[in-house]
Ligand binder design. Sequence first.
Ligand code: FAD
Ligand code: SF4
Length: 466
Amino acid sequence: MRTRDPKKRAKNFLEVSLGITETQAVKEAKRCLQCKRPKCVEGCPVEIDIPRFISMIREKDYTGGLQVIREYNLLPAICGRVCPQENQCQGGCILGKKKTPIAIGALERFLADYEAAYGDAEAPVKAKPNGHKVAVIGSGPAGLTVASDLAKLGYEITIFEALHEPGGVLVYGIPEFRLPKKIIQGEIEYVKSLGVEIKVNWVVGRTETIDELFEEGYEAAFIGTGAGAPRYMSIPGENLNNVYFASEFLTRVNLMKADRFPEYDTPVKKATNVAVIGGGNVAMDAARTALRLGAKNVYIVYRRSEYELPSRQEEVEHAKEEGIKFKYLTSPKEIVSDEKGYVKAMICDRMVLCEPDPSGRRRPECSGDEFTMKVDQVIMAIGQASNPILTHSVKGLNLWGGGYIEVDENGATNLPGIFAGGDIATGAATVISAMGAGKRAARAIDSYIKSLKVSLRKKRKPSAAK
Ligand SMILES: Cc1cc2nc3c(=O)[nH]c(=O)nc-3n(C[C@H](O)[C@H](O)[C@H](O)COP(=O)(O)OP(=O)(O)OC[C@H]3O[C@@H](n4cnc5c(N)ncnc54)[C@H](O)[C@@H]3O)c2cc1C
Ligand code: SF4
């Protein structure tokens, strides 16, 4: 895939990857073997008919190809950009055994971008209302998927979103240089065009409780509130000035436009030497954002080796090209203050890798050796936790792992009419897994409401006979 020049792009927020051309897309599609039992589909959490959309690219039927994807996946322009394809569809592609797997993500993105640039897709026809109302809490990929799948069945859907813009992590977490905001806005407009209403600045659990929503006539509620609360390491110095939780740092820039302070009035502290703790997508995004804000040296500090980095491969490659420095087998032990309470250094343990832990990755242990890094900003990107505002307001809701919602395979909680999915049920995961959970929950909510209708009919029958 074509990308912008690393030196230039490290100074701005323009999208780094430029996608593939039509000629490249058709050529790549022709490499596909059109397998009878396609392993790529097995690797996709929403089971997109990948060979079918690829065959349409061969025939240059791009609108048809996109329609195939949209049958399974509401957000192709987004998934084509941010899905960890190397571990999912592309990871399964049979061609990957001997040669290069098909660039499925790039093809998905090509179709979505082609449609946005030249497409003539008609606006979706709104379904005939079926007279039932469902509340969706949170407008991330899980909430958007439930909302659109149910709207297509005729449900009246309202999404309640705590922030002032819908989109969840897609707008507040993932930076513009990886996922331009206009792409998300386009996908959200599509959801709205199905008749979905989105109420922003609405914190369910504070502005209104779920019980109150039920009193207003909603017959079911889906909770897709994500995992956006901070998680720290519990080491000395974490409360010093210039220590950020990655999501806060990213939200300030992505959503509140802190990079354009004072034009926008949310500031973010700029620094010269920045340490980002963690090795996932969040860490890469925070590091590359710090670089774009003007830092001279940005370090990814990760306690395992390069081999175990959980981030998407492409993001690691892009980060390296831009000049991010990687400190592997390193774990912070203490953040050191200057006389004014600001970060001035970080003391770190050197780690060694031992036997694999339950996650399958080799467990890091202190080697007994330590060293000091001169940094003036530390950004924690070691994972996120669930936010308790909503879960604590729902009496009797079963939780696991200190705050995630317990659900069955269809997203049903232990309380009738309340469903959940995405990061709030699984812990921090991926866009496509949140969408998969949304799809399953939409089917379950439809069955639940239909079963309510049946039991109401049964109840009414005797009185009707009188
Ligand atoms: C910086 C970052 C980078 C990432 N990069 C990738 C990537 O490259 N690829 C990938 O697949 N995944 C990535 N992820 C993970 C992915 O974004 C999440 O797994 C996914 O967004 C989860 O979707 P969700 O719908 O469950 O929740 P979210 O996207 O978190 O959305 C939840 C929404 O609920 C709202 N909300 C919370 N509480 C309330 C309340 N009480 N009332 C109303 N609304 C509420 C929130 O404001 C938010 O808008 C990344 C995550 C982060 C943080
Ligand atoms: S596994 Fe690879 S070659 Fe086979 S259908 Fe899927 S993308 Fe094509």
